[in-house]
Design a binder for this molecule. Structure first.
Ligand code: OGA
Ligand code: ZN
Length: 379
């Protein structure tokens, strides 16, 4: 065993055991935490906690404790119970150490320069189907860049289920799966026209907007209909560094998003900031769609400033410095983090040829959960 797993000194303090490890790191393990994490507290196959915290009092303490071989043994003051902890497990779960670690963001920001290096984010369809390493690479790109382009997929309808199911199940919505991105008469959504779509995130009016979107191109023979993509986190980061007031307005002002699709018997409304951040001060999500924005109902004292900030953010999201324009080809699957990366298209001429994409959603949890599995992350 490596030295950090050996104990130099074990001491009982008022409410915790203190362990000084051989590498001189000192851990605190609180009595209740230890009792709650006794290995017998975990179901052997379900791997879930069966111990009920209500069966001990808050005053529980180790009556006896000692290190024996590679274990810490504790006889508890209550319940006539002994716990035997693996020292390696204790050190690996040492929350003194975990809380000292500096947070490291998984995200790699990008801008228009990625276009020169687009190969970086391109993966072959069949390689993902047959090889877990390529699947894992795809997941990693989705998680870090929020954007990947699958090439050489079949162009049969619904055929993208096969690659999506290499990850997990899809996220269903009222649009159905897949949803058909074609030009229809009496469209219930502006995506189902031949009009340009400004860079946006989909379905921002859902409390839990779909984490990822896969747009599978079956045919793209019409004039126009170029795709665009922009890293919303990179743009938000630019604001955070250079326009702090605007950044603060966009992270603090709750604005109204809504959907009143005429084919639905539902009225969907959500108030949320456009940019949200995590407990670690990293970016959580971007909700941005001029199309799905309701009539903004912020306080009159804040309206002018909000619109200034919103318009400025909108201008950056369309700015050449940040966005990439490209043309989807039949057999491409354009995959992106829908709560980070914005997508759009230019207008197309439906009389000049067919254009048909099929859309799928999948949750962020599914991407990250699979990635953790491939990276052998232990909990
Ligand atoms: C959509 C969408 C883009 C396109 O369906 O959500 O934005 O290229 N489509 O048609
Ligand atoms: Zn869209």
């Amino acid at each position: 065993m490596i030295s950090k797993y050996y104990v130099k000194k074990l001491e009982k303090k008022k409410d915790h055991l203190s362990i000084l490890w051989k590498d001189n790191f000192e851990s605190k393990f609180h009595f209740m935490w230890l009792r709650d994490n006794c290995p017998t507290a975990i179901h052997p196959t379900a791997n879930m906690r069966v111990f009920n915290i209500l069966t001990v009092s808050k005053n529980i303490f180790p009556k006896k404790y000692k290190i024996e071989k590679n274990k810490l043994n504790i006889d508890w003051s209550e319940g006539n119970h002994t716990s035997k902890f693996n020292l390696k497990w204790l050190r690996d779960h040492c929350y003194t150490e975990i809380n000292k670690r500096k947070y490291k963001s998984p995200y790699v920001f990008w801008d228009h320069k990625l276009k020169k290096n687009l190969k970086k984010i391109i993966i072959d369809h069949n390689s993902v189907i047959i090889n877990d390493k390529h699947l894992s690479k795809w997941l990693n790109l989705l998680h870090t860049y929020g954007f990947a382009l699958i090439k050489n997929a079949p162009t049969r309808k619904k055929s993208a289920f096969k690659i999506l199911n290499r990850i997990s199940h899809h996220r269903e919505t009222f649009f159905g799966t897949p949803f058909e991105v074609i030009n229809i008469s009496k469209p219930n959504n502006t995506a189902y026209t031949a009009d340009a779509l400004r860079n946006h995130t989909d379905l921002p009016y859902f409390e839990y907007a779909p984490g990822y979107q896969f747009l599978h191109c079956l045919v793209n023979e019409a004039n126009g209909g170029l795709s665009s993509v922009v890293d919303g986190f990179a743009v938000a980061n630019y604001l955070k560094k250079n326009e702090k007031d605007i950044f603060n307005i966009l992270t603090k002002t709750h604005v109204k998003f809504k959907d009143t699709d005429y084919t639905q018997k539902a009225v969907r409304i959500l108030h949320s900031p456009i940019i949200t951040i995590t407990k670690d001060n990293d970016f959580n999500d971007i909700r941005f769609s001029m199309a799905a924005m309701g009539a903004v109902d912020v306080d009159p004292k804040k309206m002018k400033k909000f619109y200034d900030a919103y318009q400025y953010f909108a201008s950056l999201l369309q700015n050449k410095k940040f966005k990439i324009d490209f043309r989807l080809e039949a057999g491409d699957i354009f995959c992106f983090n829908n709560r980070r990366v914005l997508h759009g298209r230019t207008e197309f001429d439906p009389n000049s040829g067919n254009r048909h994409l099929q859309g799928y959603y999948i949750e962020r949890d599914e991407i990250i959960g699979r990635l953790n599995y491939f990276n052998n992350i232990k909990v």
